[in-house]
Design a protein. Structure first.
Lengths: 380, 272
């Protein structure tokens, strides 16, 4: 059997120009009174994809999910599922199922009746229902809890019942609204992997809404980063992190250092930037193509910055400053360096050895340096 | 709790409870009085309870009251639940504030006015006053109480339960009967009981809207008292009190047990 990782690595229909989109949002707008929750948004999701909608609360990600489920109708635009326009189709006739943030388990029904509810609605024969329910209970490892009511379960068990109930009907698409939001950290991490396994096992398309970037990065094939009802970037987790499309995305996912500046010179694949305070930065293969003299931002992640007490001999990009703050986190150490022009740079160093060779502490003089391909130029 | 039993505290409690319960205790004690004189103790006896059951007038009135109560409470529960659903669900229709004000106005309307206006209406449309008109009047009176009780439950009702049901393929009607109704049923039942109790003890509106042959128990008791209180009436009232008390005690015991069971379940769930 192929491992999960190798299956996922080979899966990239978004790079295939002939791949047929499975879910399609076409210029979808949703207004609530004067408030625009989703603004002229277009998005395609492929079959068997694990797709995450990531954004702060109020960015329109849940509205998008609710439109897919049929609880809201778009004000303008259309949503296609497997080629079929979903307009006017009520939620109870859509081949999608949703797992709710609150789980929405029916409090007056036992676990097995909760799971059987959807199957009964479609008029499945009783023996088949029993078989499917048993199968689902086994899938989420709750066999011995079949006769319990939701209030007799722990939070993690409730979450699994909600999951079993939403996949029992074998929907074409499973929508998950903050599926792990109510679990504690440790359980959340375990469940992330369980969800990924489940998605592979059932071969379903998953669309998950989350505000937790780590969750989105861990689970999703692709992430759509949303802000104010618009999609800022759709890409794989690695692309989102290493090649953010805009300042917003760079800021939203992970930590980042930003240097304001202007393009001083462009050649085939290097760009030379003059920082606001005169510092020179050379960038290779990175980000936006900006005309000379355009205002841009150079963005670089903290772990790609090296901190040392002396200027490294081979450094292309190096700036001097003073150690402003040191945070020892065990697996790594985070330095805040105040450059001589006043900007504070965050750098993190992996503690690969138990003793640091070049110890730096508060108020030491220090150099920050990075390779020309370590960061990206952002025009927006 | 380390409140000391000071003389002040004890006095307050005795006075307070005496204020609440002394009249009722007196009524119960005198229902077992041998003497026909209401205020003179003549020894213990249960003869008034026996004679009560031979008083055809009182028994008829009890039967009328029970029927009016059950019918009016049931209809009021249906109407009140519908009103509560509309008020909590469709929050954006025009005139909602006016509508909710109109549903709840009878709560504070003086009963004399409700009774009188109903009487005028029944006379105007030529309805003969009797069993039917009392029942109608009681529906009017109690519907808004049911609406209040059910609405307070619906406010805390998790709408995603209904969305989940629809998402799983249940039509709106099925969703209502299989999910919404069972979940809010306790509130509907308490609404019904409240309506029944209100109908049971209403004198004012019944006096306005009742006619010959449809005398309710409170009307009967009141009219008998005007001719002089008999120990028979005390006995009837004692039975009423007993019925209500038993109902309340059963309800609270059931509630308590459910609560304890729930806590045990939750603890068990936490342990895994």
């Amino acid at each position: 059997m192929k491992s999960l990782g190798s299956i996922r690595r080979d899966f990239a229909p978004w790079n295939d120009p002939n791949a047929k989109p499975y879910i399609q949002f076409d210029n979808v707008t949703k207004k609530f009174g004067d408030f625009t929750a989703v603004n002229n948004l277009s998005l395609t999701i492929f079959e068997r994809e694990f797709f995450a909608l990531l954004g702060a609360s109020g960015c329109g990600k849940s509205t998008l999910l609710r439109m897919l489920a049929g609880f809201e109708e778009p004000t303008a635009g259309r949503i296609l599922l497997d080629g079929q326009d979903l307009r006017g189709i009520p939620p109870y006739r859509r081949p999608v199922n949703m797992m709710f943030q609150s789980y929405a388990l029916f409090p007056h029904m036992t676990v097995e009746n909760n799971i059987a509810f959807g199957l009964k609605q479609e008029g499945m024969p009783k023996p088949d229902i029993e078989k499917r329910v048993a199968e689902m209970l086994k899938l989420v490892k709750l066999e011995q809890f079949a006769k319990r009511k939701p209030h007799q379960l722990s939070g993690g068990q409730r979450q699994r019942v909600a999951l079993a109930r939403s996949v029992a009907k074998r929907p074409k698409v499973l929508l998950l609204d903050e599926p792990l939001g109510a679990l504690d950290k440790k359980l959340r991490e375990e469940t992330q992997f369980e969800l990924m396994d489940l998605q592979q096992e059932l071969g379903l398309t998953f669309v998950v809404v989350t505000h937790d970037q780590e969750e989105a990065m861990t689970m999703a094939d692709r992430i759509a980063i949303m802000d104010k009802g618009e999609v800022m970037q759709v890409a794989t987790p690695a692309e989102v992190y290493e090649a953010p499309a805009s300042r917003f995305v760079a800021h939203f996912v992970g930590n980042v250092n930003m240097f304001e500046g202007k393009v001083a010179e462009r050649s085939a694949n290097t760009t030379r930037i003059t920082g606001a305070s005169g510092a020179q930065i050379v960038v290779e293969n990175g980000g936006a193509v900006a005309a000379p003299n355009a205002d841009i931002v150079f963005a670089i992640r903290p772990e790609k910055i090296k901190v040392s007490s002396k200027k490294p001999a081979d450094a292309v990009n190096a700036m001097e400053g003073e150690v402003y703050d040191v945070a020892y986190l065990g697996d790594m150490t985070v330095y805040h360096i105040r450059l001589d022009d006043g900007q504070i740079v965050r750098a993190s160093a992996l503690n690969a050895a138990r003793v640091t060779e070049d110890p730096l502490t508060w108020n030491d003089r220090a150099w920050v340096s990075f390779r020309p391909d370590a960061g990206v130029v952002l025009a927006r | 709790m380390n409140a000391t039993w000071s003389r002040f505290n004890v006095t307050s409690i005795v006075l307070g409870f005496a204020f609440l319960y002394l009249p009722i205790v007196l009524l119960i004690v005198f229902s077992f009085n041998e003497s026909k004189l209401v205020t003179v103790w003549g020894g213990f006896s249960t003869k008034w309870y026996v004679s009560l059951f031979h008083n055809q007038g009182l028994m008829d009135a009890t039967w009328v009251t029970a029927r009016v109560g059950v019918i009016s409470a049931t209809v009021a529960t249906v109407l009140g639940t519908l009103a509560a659903l509309t008020l909590t669900r469709y929050t954006r229709f025009r005139g909602r504030v006016l509508f909710s004000g109109m549903v709840f106005a009878p709560l504070v309307m003086p009963e004399v006015i409700t009774g009188l206006s109903l009487l005028l209406l029944f006379v105007a449309v030529g309805l003969d006053r009797g069993f039917f008109t009392v029942t109608l009047a009681h529906i009017t009176l109690t519907m808004c109480f049911v609406a209040v009780v059910v609405q307070s439950r619906l406010v805390s009702f998790d709408r995603s339960l209904e969305e989940a049901a629809m998402d799983l393929g249940a039509t709106p009607a099925k969703t209502f009967f299989q999910i919404t109704l069972p979940v809010i049923l306790p509130a509907i039942v308490s609404g019904w009981m409240l309506a029944f109790t209100l109908s049971l003890d209403d004198l004012v509106i019944a006096s306005f809207t009742s006619g010959p042959g449809a005398t309710t128990l409170p009307m009967k008791i009141y009219s008998q008292v005007r001719l002089g209180v008999t120990p028979e009436i005390n006995a009837a009232c004692t039975i009423l009190i007993a019925v209500v008390a038993v109902g309340v005690i059963i309800a609270s015991i059931a509630n308590k047990r459910r609560e304890v069971q729930r806590q045990l379940d939750e603890q068990a769930a936490q342990r895994g």
